[in-house]
Design a protein around this ligand. Structure first.
Ligand code: UDP
Length: 363
């Protein structure tokens, strides 16, 4: 089989790391990187640390509005996918890169497979939700991470194309978290952090950082929960950093005594910060799941989540941008450490993705 994989940003590099290795063991993969994220901190470090093969083609299509960026990606991907003569195009998640890859495959009549299919927040204001829905409806093979995703696809009449392979991010987490735990003691101490003695935060969703009022509310939450005794460590996504500067909010965050700003960190350093944290505050999808897998309670800075199982299990609380709700959630103890049913697969999702591709597309 020849598979064209299209990736472009941080969470997609993590997901592709789980699939590329088993795929390349038996098949040919052409990896196209759209460059939606292209700097070292959001891209190259993931290839290095997660042992992801270097892209065969690396474009530089970041920046611009969602629509304009997607349009540029479509234009650039069309000839690359056409000339590859692939058995299928493989896309991941819910970004502009996902949508562009899906539209190009559909238009060229190349079969499409979607990893992390079936996730829904039921909030069509989110670009990610629109990207997922369109991609799922265009794909011939829907590789889903959870039974909830299968139920979502049933409602849209798509369940007959779905295979529950488990979560590919779990594969990577199970590899990375043991090394992170091993190095955490000294790594954290060198940075003046004590295990269990700090909070970790990430925030970059358009719905939280683009609107000035929402951005101010985000800063309110972060400033309210971080204290000198239990600091909040925030590796700052470039989008968030830019919006904070634009809207004059950077100083309020930087000067808060309980907040420590960092540049974005690579996957091993992030895992190290995660496994040592008392709790995580995030609007990321992937981080909610990683927190569950690490046994760290999560406070989600949104009013919806695609990962509803983590909420039902008692490890995740949705507080949107309400400072008091965040403070209250932090005052509530985490569930017992062993009360964590295996919700996201067994770490072998990558192999199942390859097996499903073979069953569906091998000639
Ligand atoms: N991550 C990282 N460094 C950071 C922040 C996040 O390595 O400074 C990793 C995190 O472990 C997860 C992925 O990036 O695997 C999540 O990416 P992001 O939050 O950008 O995407 P989302 O999951 O929201 O689509």
């Amino acid at each position: 089989m020849r598979i064209v994989t299209v990736v472009g940003n941080r969470p997609q590099f993590v997901k592709a790391a789980a699939v590329s290795r088993p795929l390349r063991a038996r098949h040919e993969e052409r990896l196209i990187h759209t460059g939606q994220h292209h700097d070292d901190a959001l891209s190259a470090v993931f290839f290095r640390e997660l042992d992801l093969p270097a892209p065969d083609v690396e474009l530089a299509l970041g920046g611009g509005s969602n629509l304009e960026q997607t349009a540029r990606m479509i234009g650039a991907l069309e000839p690359l996918v056409a000339e590859a003569e692939a058995d299928a195009v493989l896309v991941y998640g819910d970004t502009n890169t996902t949508l562009a890859g899906a539209l190009v495959a559909a238009d060229l009549g190349v079969p499409l497979a979607h990893v992390e299919a079936g996730m829904r927040s039921f909030d069509r204001r989110m670009p990610e939700e629109r990207n997922r829905v369109v991609t799922d409806h265009l794909a011939q093979l829907l590789l889903v991470p959870t039974p909830t995703a299968i139920r979502n696809l049933e409602r849209e009449g798509l369940a007959d194309r779905a295979v529950d392979v488990g979560d590919v991010m779990t594969d990577v987490t199970l590899l990375v978290h043991p090394s992170a735990r091993e190095r955490a003691g000294s790594w954290l101490a060198e940075r003046g952090l004590a295990p269990g003695g700090y909070l970790l935060a990430t925030a970059h969703r358009a719905g939280n950082v683009d609107d000035p009022d929402r951005l101010a509310a985000l800063v309110d939450v972060l400033v309210a929960v971080g204290t000198s005794e239990r600091p909040l460590v925030l590796p700052l996504h470039p989008r968030t950093a830019a919006r904070l500067r634009e809207h004059g909010e950077e100083e309020r965050l930087r000067d808060a005594p309980g907040v420590r700003l960092l540049d974005p960190v690579g996957p091993l350093d992030f895992a190290t910060l995660l496994v040592g944290a008392d709790a995580v505050l995030t609007d990321s999808g992937g981080v909610q799941k990683e927190a569950y897998l690490a046994g760290v309670r999560c406070i989600t800075l949104r009013d919806t989540t695609e990962w509803t199982e983590t909420v039902q299990a008692g490890w995740n609380v949705l507080v949107d941008l309400n400072p008091q709700a965040a403070v209250d959630a932090l005052a509530t103890p985490a569930p017992a450490a062993d009360a964590r049913p295996p919700l996201f697969g067994d770490g072998r999702a990558g192999e199942r993705v390859v097996a499903a591709l073979e069953r569906t597309f091998a000639t």
